[in-house]
Design a protein around this ligand. Structure first.
Ligand code: GLY
Ligand code: MN
Length: 465
């Protein structure tokens, strides 16, 4: 049974921080399973991160309630006889109490009474908001009659405080993130060795995911992204039956989840085993930009600045390679680099692949072409975990857009770029913990240097010839 003391420490710290913003009751709902149409089964259940952070084990239909007078109460569903017959007995009250460390754990059928006792008090609602329209899933039959008064402003304020609190990972969280990184390493090594010309994206997905599970992962951290050749230019490409061919690159963005915590790793490699020509040039450029960004990670560093510096590195490199024209600073000011690097440098990582990120209070998201997909705009602090994932892509939806071609007529060497339209893309992504004075790469064991990749590819191609 995992130690519940970190959960208790989080709840105590949060209760103190919340008191400044809202002195009424709070409910943090786990979420309900989503039915699969045409079956009587459900999609894989993902509990809301705010609930898991405070209560631990993901129990569908559970709700953690807080009141400054009474403290914490966890309401968990008790399986009906039919549910026990079809899907098993679910979580027992005793097991939920032991896993969460919450002293008062009650069956969900008592949650309606908890709301009734607080009738007329504004309630902050966190976690999954589905309780307001599927209250029966949480054991409440008379939601409308309870006239629950959800305080939208307080809900938002408390959620912001909770997000601030959960960005820096504690030791128990970091241990799980190291587990996720370890299982991810196993999958990436297998994929690097096994991939070959003629193998399909789908086959590679099966191999990498099987290895995650063999290494002990509970599930994949997100839908695995595997693209060969031109398909690698689609940022979140779902693997297909298209076979890899010599001369192409494979882009694989796939990672394991461990104890609810995600890893998120992307690697690219040549099907033939050797990086050739422009592949090598662009790979070296992305790798150098990634290395520089990781070297810039330290407490106090603005994540947005790291993103802009990566953009500058990409602009300079593409100008050196003759794909862009102009001074790197001017190119970045005009967002010309974003034609090729059109996403953010990365995001916060933890209980979700895109974890508690967003903008620091008082900042608003940018709609600038080169900034709109930056998922975190805040200064880094010790024990934040972020991804660093620059990329360069040749994306038809951007390169074929007449407005883009018109706007960047002079900045882009269109003849050279059009000749690369089937190239696909390159992304290199690692998971980075901010330390007291720098960075620790949690996923550093996953090969990304050209010589390491070529060596592994050689071994793999020989072993599977
Ligand atoms: N690995 C998927 C993403 O970061 O969006
Ligand atoms: Mn990512």
């Amino acid at each position: 049974m995992p130690d519940s003391s970190p959960l208790r420490a989080r709840r105590d710290a949060l209760a103190r921080a919340w008191a400044e913003a809202h002195d009424g009751p709070v409910v943090v709902a786990a979420g309900l399973p989503v039915p699969i149409a045409g079956t009587d089964q459900f999609h894989d259940f993902h509990a809301h991160g705010e609930y898991v952070y405070l209560a631990g084990a993901a129990i569908p239909g559970a709700a953690l309630a807080f009141d400054h007078a009474d403290g914490w109460t966890l309401f968990v569903p008790v399986a009906s006889q039919d549910e026990r017959v079809w899907v098993g007995s679910g979580e027992s009250i005793e097991a939920a109490a032991a896993a969460s460390g919450v002293e008062r754990v009650l069956p969900s059928s008592r949650l309606g009474g908890w709301f009734e006792a607080r009738r007329g008090e504004p309630i902050a609602l966190l976690g999954n908001r589905d309780i307001t329209h599927h209250a029966e899933g949480y054991g409440i039959e008379n939601w409308a009659a309870l006239e629950v008064d959800i305080d939208g402003y307080a809900s938002h304020q408390l959620s912001v405080i909770l997000s601030d609190g959960r960005r820096a990972k504690d030791e128990s969280e970091l241990a799980l993130m190291r587990g996720a990184a370890h299982a991810t390493l196993a999958g990436h090594l297998a994929a690097l060795r096994l991939s070959r010309s003629g193998m399909t994206e789908r086959q590679l997905q099966v191999e990498v995911e099987a290895e995650f599970f063999r290494a002990g992962a509970a599930r994949t951290a997100y839908g695995s992204i595997v693209g060969g050749g031109p398909n690698a230019a689609v940022l979140h490409f779902s693997p297909t039956s298209r076979p890899f061919a010599d001369g192409e690159l494979v882009l694989m963005d796939a990672a394991a989840e461990w104890g609810g915590y995600a890893a998120d790793v992307t690697r690219c490699w040549p099907v033939s085993g050797r990086f050739e020509g422009i592949q090598r040039d662009l790979y070296e450029l992305v790798l150098e930009v990634q290395r520089n960004a990781i070297a810039g990670v330290r407490p106090g560093k603005e994540y947005r600045e790291l993103h802009m510096e990566a953009g500058l590195g990409i602009a300079a490199g593409l100008a050196d390679l003759g794909l862009l024209r102009g001074a790197p600073q001017d190119l970045v000011e005009r967002d010309a680099h974003a034609i090729f690097f059109c996403h953010g440098l990365g995001h916060m990582l933890g209980l979700a692949t895109h974890d508690a990120g967003g903008c620091l209070a008082g900042r608003t998201p940018s709609d600038r072409f080169g900034l709109k997909w930056l998922r975190a705009d805040l200064p880094l602090e010790a024990n934040y975990v972020v991804t660093i994932e620059p990329g360069i892509y040749f994306i038809e939806a951007i390169l074929g857009d007449p407005a883009v071609r018109e706007k960047y007529q002079t900045e882009v060497n269109w003849e050279r770029v059009d000749a690369l339209k089937a190239f696909g893309g390159i992304r290199i992504e690692d998971d980075v913990r901010v330390t007291a004075d720098g960075a620790e790469v949690l996923t550093s064991a996953i090969p990304k240097q050209i010589d390491e990749i070529e060596e592994l590819r050689r071994e793999g191609l020989v072993a599977h010839a």
